[in-house]
Design a protein around this ligand. Sequence first.
Ligand code: ADP
Ligand code: MG
Length: 574
Amino acid sequence: MSDRDAKALRDRIARIDGAGYKRYREIVGSWDLPGFTLFVDHAQSDPFATPSAVHVEIGPEGTRIPDAAVGTSARRLGAATWLAARFAEAASEVRARGTGRSGEVRMEHPGQTVLPQTAVIVDARGGLEARFLVGLPGRGRRVDGAGASELLLQTIPDLVRSTLVLDPAAATGIVEAAETNEDAEALRDFLRRERLIAFVADGARLPRASGIDDRPLETDGVVPFEGPPEMRARVELPNAGAVTGMAVRPGVTVVTGGGFHGKSTLLRALEAGVYNHRPGDGRERVVTRADAVKIRAEDGRSVKRVDISGFIDGLPFGRDTHAFTTPNASGSTSQAASIVEALEAGARILLIDEDTSATNFMTRDRRMQELVPSSGEPITPFVDRVRVLWDAHDVSTVLVIGGTGDYLDVADAVVRMEAYRPMDVTAEARSIAERHPTGRREVVETGWALPPARSIEPASLDPRRGKRSTYVRVPDGRTLLLGRHEIDVSAVEQLASRAQLRSIGLAMARLATEDDETSSVPELLDRIERLLADPGLDALDPRGEPRGDLAGFRRYELAATLSRLRSLSVGGGE
Ligand code: ADP
Ligand code: MG
């Protein structure tokens, strides 16, 4: 018998019942409960503080996870995400009672995506570790012993047994999650092999519940995706078998169609396609190459020494745009800066929607070219850059354009959405472009070279606040608090979750503590990528403590967050 079994925990709790809340420290450590080990990693100091960090470990015999769910790393990731969602949902039903957060049990919910995350980690033999927070029960500022016994010896074991220990019915669900994720990875291999930039499977369900709810729209009216025959590709998946769908090729692709016909919904699915999705999401077989970045206008954002001269030159009063800095960008300058920053980070696919673009950045028609001579208009519109981006720099673009025909001259493929169904209208678009010339003069092409990467001073990412050496908070998923800085990331549309943003904040904090004076942005991004690859997300916690609230992120979202830091110090000035 272990001297740290359930009875020992019960006795320990009885000993501190009614004592000052801080005595909860005495239950820190591991406890061998029937079927699993409970670790109290950290005890909160009062009932209102951040709840206490807890994790459980269960061996393979205990979880009864089928071998089919853990055979490959892709399968394990799908399985772990499925378990995290299951535990998080059941935990959210646990009713708190008592002072502050007494009795709360909280696990980070993975949302719709499948990402490396730290809430549930499954090993190759089917054992697992699950990390979550609990509000240790208090009456006022005293230990509520009865509440603590119930929480730790009944509620949590019940949760563990009902969500992390699998009966045969649940085994089907976890295997499906594992296989779905393996298929998504197979689709990514398919993109590489066939040199595609995206694939949208027939039957996919793209629309979301609402603009603020990423879950699928659940109505009878959803039109399943069906790709046009001209763009059809077929792929054999390890689990789902043969799948057909729409292949998006490199180059310039224009998605057009009437208003409310599903253009933006398709583009958003491509944006989300850089991540895998859970079964039932509707986008499980929608995949986009990992270096695709959504670009939008974002007036008001901060820009630090970004060379936007390829798009905007000769601003009033002779402002230099080779190292453009502003605390308050306009629609067009923000969009230009976001493109240059994305390319600096390594993006090679741009996703752009006219709904969220600056009109004057996208194009300028013949009449405006005549009325506002180019000497008075600093903008080289994107329509005059999109070809050279592809022809000279291998940068593909997918654009949603309903309002201007100017892009028909520069598109390799044109898709028209008709009542949520895509049609390939490339040939028709070409013939229209020939019959109706726009009359616009192409702004002279000057063989545009991508600007060199910026150098930044990592120390300007200072994460300190008061007595804390690392302060990272994510109050609402649209804001990152880093030290005394507040970073608005509401326009970084491919951020998938708060856990991702939190992890980005910790990555920035880590960069700040390294002792190089300046480093190029791509070099810093590489460094973090290497860290995430090995040893992994856990390395992000400054004290090296296990935590369940982190998730994997791309270098592009890290770069975008970093670039929006108002106090960012970029080498060469400022
Ligand atoms: P557009 O960008 O062409 O104006 P949206 O993509 O914004 O159109 O879509 C318009 C509306 O139609 C949205 O409310 C969206 O959720 C819904 N929608 C999009 N695709 C589908 C679909 N396949 N089936 C049903 N509704 C859809
Ligand atoms: Mg739209």
